[in-house]
Structure formats: structure tokens, C-alpha cells
Design a protein around this ligand. Structure first.
Ligand SMILES: Cc1ncc(COP(=O)(O)O)c(C=O)c1O
Length: 385
């Protein structure tokens, strides 16, 4: 563990490199990966314990996501966000991707249109065609104040009657926490033009100090037009365990979830359910420490960029552990990302993966130790010399 640095413990680099997850296996050993949204923190103790206990008992059979998961989701949402979830309207699924894609498949007919707002998490571009629908891009608005939903453009798009809009709440990669009034305006448009909102709230627990998260289904009038997909997998680092939950709040939308292929509701990981229940019911104080740690890294990154990479501009994220960095002063498209990788040996996500609007950007994952973050920015600066 790293000593002397504030925040949650993080193993040193040589120990992290022994992990066999995607983040640590994609690049050669001399590359520092700040890519895919996995965190370098050690597991929350209640999560580690429940998994270790299951291994000790060889409890590795099929999962049973009965009422335990639904109750844990509802308890966490009520305590954290004052969001009253009916546990009868919580459906387990494999992961958020499956939850969104199956919801779209159940909602749309082949050829229907589904809107998204780039720059956005790359699989959004895949989930829509996977469900048989066509993509409509309604980019976020961007000005000196940051990135936000372009409500005027969304109204124009909704007036053409897409079947659905996939919301990223909070929004990866820009880290925007949509405000209650923005979400109220979105719900008004959805009701007016009869567009179903599918809200990906995987980053909901990762709202950093200074911002307030509004679950879409807490917005008045949302119940009849919105489905939410949530998961503990980002905030407690459980992505490999495969468990997420689809939440509805009205008979109309519950009927959409009922149209999922019957087996979908059983395709989750046993360890995913165990870990998710532990995270939601016993992992909240660890989450609070995590948010303090990420807030420290966000401040550290601001200092490092200002000092060593002043040509890179950004709006510090209000949520997530992801920084969306405008490197267009270095070069267009993926120029900066290639230079950082080839010459600095630091891997970042290329902005173009998040849509054409991402040209000139990179996404940096700062859920790591202070020492690794410092090293990464030093390497990026060296790459430009
Ligand atoms: C917005 C968003 N949705 C979904 C996912 C992936 O979730 P899952 O692995 O549960 O499909 C991510 C992963 O980073 C994400 O950022």
C-alpha cells in the first residue's frame, strides 16, 4: 500500500501490474495505463470479505438475484438520494450495457431512431444498432462554462419523434452532473414528444464534492417516460463481476422490462450480486472516503496540468474519475494521444472514440495513486518536448 498519501490505500505500481484485468493487460509493461474506467484502489472491505467468504465456501454456482438485490438497491437509493424505489420494479441484468440494449430492443421496432449526446461513452454508439435501431446524434453544448445537454437541439430532435433518448447521468466522459432543472426540462420534452428516456446512472454514486446528483426517476413526471439502469460496478470497481439493475416506476415501463427475453433476467454473475449487495448495504462509508480521495486527485490533476501542460484545457469533472482533456493545441484528432503513448509511454483514451466531436481530446482516468498521477503527467509533458 502507498504510505504518506492521503485517501484510500492504493497498491504500488509493481503490485498493480499483477492485476489481470483489461486496464493492466492491454499495454506493454513500460506503459502507464490511465485508460478504461477501472480504479486502482483496493476493494472496499465489506466487498472483499463477502467475495473471500464465497471462495472459502466454494460458493461459485449460479447467482440468485432475488429480493436481496432489489432491497439493497432501494435502501441505498433512499438513503443516499432520497429516491423511493419500489423493489418490485428492480430487475437484475448482466451489466449496464445489457440493461440499456435490452431496454432499447424491447422499446423499438427495427429502423426506429434512438438519440444520444456525444461526446459519450463509446458503447452508446454500439448499443443502439445492436438493438436494431438507428442512431441520431444530438451533441452536448459546450462553452466556457463547460459541457451540458443542448436542450434546444434535443427539442428539435425529439420533434422528429425518435423512439428513445439514452441519457448519461452523470455524463461520461465530460463528468457533467445534469441539474434537476435540466432533467425536468428533458422530462417535459420526453412527455410532450412521447420519447422514452433510458438513463444510464452507473456514475451516480461517483458525484464529487460540490455537485448534487439527481436520479432521473426522482424528477416529477419521469415515472411514465423513463427507465434507469444502475450498477455498483463503477463506484466499487466490480465491473468484472457482472451485475446491474434496471429500475422502473410505472406499469407502462415495467411492461417494457417484462418484454426482455426470459433468460436475460438470469444472466448476471453470482459474485456480482454478492458484491453489489455488500457495496450498497455496507459500503457507503468506504464510498465517502473514495469520493474524498477522487476529489484530492482532481485537485492534484488541476495543479499538474497548470504547471506542466498549460496548453491542455479542461473543465474539472463534477462526477466520475475521468478527465476530458482538450489537447487540440497539440494537434488535431488523435495527435496528442499518439504522442503521449508513443513518446511518453502513457496510455489515455482517444477522444475520437466518443464521437467526431472528441477530435483533439483525450480521456484520462485519475482513479489512481498520487504518485502514479504525478508520473503520468510528467510523462505526458516529456512526450511533448
Ligand atoms: C456511462 C457508462 N455506462 C456503462 C458502462 C459500462 O457498464 P457495464 O460494464 O455495467 O456495462 C460504463 C463504463 O465505464 C460507463 O462509463
Amino acid at each position: 500500500m502507498e504510505h504518506g498519501a492521503p485517501g484510500l490505500p492504493i497498491d504500488p505500481l509493481d503490485v498493480l501490474r499483477q492485476r489481470r484485468s483489461a486496464k493492466w493487460q492491454t499495454y506493454p509493461a513500460d506503459v502507464l495505463p490511465l485508460t478504461v474506467a477501472e480504479m486502482d484502489v483496493s476493494l472496499a472491505p465489506p466487498v472483499a470479505e463477502v467475495l473471500a467468504e464465497a471462495v472459502r465456501r466454494s460458493d461459485t454456482g449460479y447467482g440468485r438475484a432475488g429480493s436481496d438485490l432489489a432491497r439493497a438497491v432501494a435502501k441505498f437509493a433512499a438513503g443516499r438520494w432520497n429516491w423511493d424505489i419500489d423493489s418490485a420494479q428492480v430487475t437484475p441484468v448482466t451489466d449496464v450495457g445489457v440493461g440499456v440494449a435490452e431496454t432499447l430492443r424491447a422499446l423499438t421496432r427495427p429502423g426506429d431512431v434512438v438519440a444520444i449526446s456525444p461526446p459519450v461513452y463509446p458503447p452508446f454508439f454500439d448499443w443502439v444498432p445492436e438493438s436494431g435501431a438507428r442512431l441520431l446524434e444530438v451533441p452536448l453544448a459546450h462553452d466556457d462554462g463547460g459541457w451540458r445537454l443542448d436542450l434546444a437541439a434535443l427539442e428539435r430532435a425529439f420533434a422528429t419523434h425518435p423512439a428513445a433518448y439514452v441519457l448519461c447521468n452523470p455524463h461520461n466522459p465530460v463528468g457533467r452532473v445534469h441539474t434537476a432543472s435540466e432533467l425536468a426540462a428533458l422530462v417535459r420534452l420526453a412527455r410532450l414528444y412521447r420519447v422514452t428516456l433510458v438513463s444510464d446512472e452507473i456514475h451516480g454514486p461517483l458525484v464529487l464534492p460540490g455537485a448534487t446528483f439527481t436520479p432521473l426517476l426522482t424528477v416529477p413526471g419521469a415515472a411514465e417516460v423513463a427507465v434507469t439502469v444502475m450498477s455498483a460496478s463503477k463506484a466499487w470497481n466490480l465491473a468484472g463481476l457482472k451485475c446491474a439493475a434496471v429500475v422502473t416506476a410505472s406499469p407502462q415501463l415495467a411492461a417494457v422490462v417484462d418484454r426482455y427475453p426470459a433468460d436475460t433476467k438470469w444472466r448476471f454473475g453470482h459474485f456480482g450480486v454478492l458484491a453489489t449487495v455488500a457495496a450498497y448495504t455496507e459500503g457507503e462509508s468506504w464510498l465517502d472516503e473514495l469520493l474524498i480521495t477522487l476529489d484530492q486527485r482532481r485537485t492534484q490533476l488541476a495543479g499538474l496540468l497548470g504547471e506542466r501542460l498549460p496548453m491542455v484545457t479542461w473543465h474539472p469533472p463534477e462526477a466520475t474519475f475521468l478527465a476530458w482533456l482538450n489537447c487540440s493545441a497539440i494537434g488535431p484528432d488523435d495527435t496528442a494521444r499518439s504522442q503521449f503513448l508513443d513518446r511518453g509511454r502513457v496510455a489515455l483514451e482517444p477522444g475520437l472514440r466518443y464521437g467526431a466531436i472528441g477530435g483533439g481530446y483525450v480521456r484520462l482516468n485519475f482513479a489512481t495513486s498520487a504518485a502514479i498521477l504525478d508520473d503520468a503527467v510528467a510523462r505526458m509533458a516529456t512526450a511533448l518536448r
